[in-house]
Design a protein around this ligand. Structure first.
Ligand code: PEP
Ligand code: MG
Length: 573
């Protein structure tokens, strides 16, 4: 019987194949009393050593198939297995309580997992997932249970699992694994991110897929609309085969645009840039035709480690990005930590409202040593390409002036020491706080450019936490309040002869694109895989037709009315 399950579209495309259930083995660690505790500690150490050997092999596999930043996940897992703060308490538990290694391991790991999961912080939650993944592997060795090894799959399948750990995902071979669906997970979970970089269609967070699918069922994974169809009827199957063919044909069409500039049908050029988090992302940005980097989120350089990155490490990272972009513009955002991105090693006190708290430029202006190190690294790297620097979360003119003054001080100091620094580095700011948007005319006199951060601008304008799904209905990019703010920012900048980009998710949204073109946005920065579809869309649009709807859009009352008008005017399904 055909059945459809809904989930979250995590990676685009359509896959149709036989189901392969990736079973999570039941690893029960019963408590036993141990007489020879030293032998038990040795047994634990042997299991840890075997797990490390396996992880090394998986890391190598990931490095070859997925690139350095994905392999880094397994490097992090290996670090967990080297961490005395985890291993010593396990050994002590075996020794003092005379219990078996399995029990000591599971109890200790559970303690850390619940501690990290209890933190209101995505990053620490992921660390909990890492510990769970690693513990399972060691436990399996202790129990002599084989854990499933998806790299052994040798026929075309779609994987059905409760969840996929990063180590499972890294072992997937694109030749055989055509897609996957899971019960849990979200668009930003590690496995979803890896699926996108492998370009394997995926639907996550279905809640029910493992309860419904048996091994060998024919399954359709629709990663475009977030649906899983089990044992489709011949008609449904034909429908999806056609949808897949259409999507593949469309991708082939998009690929032809990779080296083309982004020009509308009436000859207006806009820049399509990529948002990146690490130097490894540059490859994907270029392969998808990015004309520049519109946002380099440098905070990832500071995360997943136990101390601040050194100036030298930072120079190396920035220089790599600038060199690979080979003269194309690279907008680097200075550290935006705080909110949902914490750095545990800064030991900052917990806040009631982290998104309204001590984050980004506020923190940098106070922790100036850290800020100055980053600015020096940027200035030193600047001679290797076309660098632009922007500051996040600017609320007041004083903040911008102070940040810029510190940058200039560091520049002068470097020049005095004879260190070369590029001339004319543009210095801009993110517009993501409503106060800055309202005061854009004042800021425009002092900045070289704006980049509108709609992810935050929307949450602050609508007073709706971007992480809270209960108020997600207020997360309305097309609300005329947001559109009027954006329009005001663009007009204010243009009056001063400055350019305006947008690096929030909205910039790559097909409904928003005609509006942003109408409002005069100069640069659209988005995730790499959105660039070619956006270029294809912009080539069909004319600036003239878009400009004609500008006043109407800004005079509408609701987001719904805006969407209806755009869909009708620009024939968007
Ligand atoms: C934004 O706020 O729109 C933005 C691009 O920054 P981040 O998502 O990193 O807060
Ligand atoms: Mg932001």
């Amino acid at each position: 019987m055909e059945k459809t399950i809904h989930g979250i579209a995590a990676s685009s495309g359509i896959a149709i194949a036989k189901a392969y259930r990736l079973e999570t083995p039941h690893l029960a660690a019963e408590k036993r009393t141990i007489a020879d505790v030293e032998a038990e500690v040795a047994r634990l150490e042997a299991a840890v050593a075997k797990a490390k050997e396996e992880l090394e092999a998986i890391k190598q596999h990931a490095l070859e198939k997925l690139g350095e930043d994905k392999a880094a996940i397994f490097a992090a897992h290996l670090l967990v297995l080297d961490d005395p703060e985890l291993l010593n308490p396990i050994k002590e538990k075996i020794q003092t309580e005379q219990v078996n290694a399995e029990y000591a391991l599971e109890e200790t790991a559970s303690f850390f997992i619940s501690m990290f999961e209890g933190m209101d912080n995505e990053y620490m939650k992921e660390r909990a997932a890492d510990i769970r993944d690693v513990t399972k592997r060691v436990l399996a060795h202790l129990l002599g249970v084989t854990i499933s090894n998806p790299s052994l799959i040798s026929e075309e399948v779609v994987i059905i699992a409760e969840d996929l750990t990063p180590s499972d995902t890294a072992q997937l071979d694109r030749q055989y694994v055509k897609g996957f669906a899971t019960d849990i997970g979200g668009r930003t979970s590690h496995s979803a991110i890896m699926a996108r970089s492998l370009e394997i269609p995926a639907v996550v967070g279905t809640k029910a897929v493992t309860a419904e699918v048996k091994n060998g069922d024919i399954v359709v994974i629709d990663g475009l609309d977030g649906q899983v169809v089990i044992n489709p009827s011949p008609e449904r199957l034909a429908h999806y085969e056609e949808k897949r063919a259409r999507y593949e044909a469309q991708k082939a069409e998009w690929a032809k645009l990779v080296d083309e500039p982004t020009v509308t049908a009436d000859g207006v050029h806009v820049e399509l840039a990529a948002n990146i988090g690490t130097p490894d992302d540059v490859k994907g940005a270029l392969a998808n035709g990015a004309e520049g980097i519109g946002l380099y989120r440098t905070e990832f350089l500071y995360m997943g480690r136990s101390e601040l990155p050194t100036e030298e490490e930072q120079v190396a990272a920035y220089q790599t990005v600038l060199e690979q972009m080979n003269g194309k513009p690279v907008v680097v955002r200075t550290l935006d930590i705080g909110g949902d991105k914490e750095l545990p090693y800064l030991n900052l006190p917990k806040e009631m409202n982290p998104f309204l708290g001590f984050r980004a430029i506020r923190l940098c202006l106070e922790m100036q040593d850290m800020f100055r190190t980053q600015l020096r690294a940027l200035l030193r790297a600047s001679v290797h390409g076309n660098l632009k620097i922007m500051f996040p979360m600017i609320a007041t003119l004083e903040e911008f002036r102070q940040a810029k003054a510190i940058l200039l001080e560091e520049k002068e100091a470097l020049l005095r020491q004879g260190v070369p620094v590029a001339d004319g580095i543009e210095v801009g700011m993110m517009v993501e706080i409503p106060a800055a948007a309202v005061m854009a005319d004042q800021f425009a006199k002092e900045v070289d450019f704006f980049s509108i951060g709609t992810n935050d601008l929307i949450q602050y304008t609508m007073a709706a936490d971007r992480m809270n799904e209960r108020v997600s209905y207020l997360y309305q990019p097309y609300n005329p309040a947001i559109l009027r703010l954006i329009s005001h920012v663009i007009d204010a900048a243009h009056r001063e002869g400055k350019w305006v980009g947008m690096c929030g998710e909205m910039a790559g949204d097909p409904i928003a694109i005609p509006i942003l073109l109408a409002l005069g946005l100069d640069e659209f920065s988005m995730s790499a895989t959105s660039i070619l579809p956006a270029r294809a869309q912009l080539k069909q649009l004319t600036k003239e037709e878009a400009a004609r709807i500008k006043e109407t859009v800004l005079s509408l009352g609701t987001a719904e009315e805006v969407v209806a008008l755009i869909k009708q005017t620009f024939h968007i399904a």
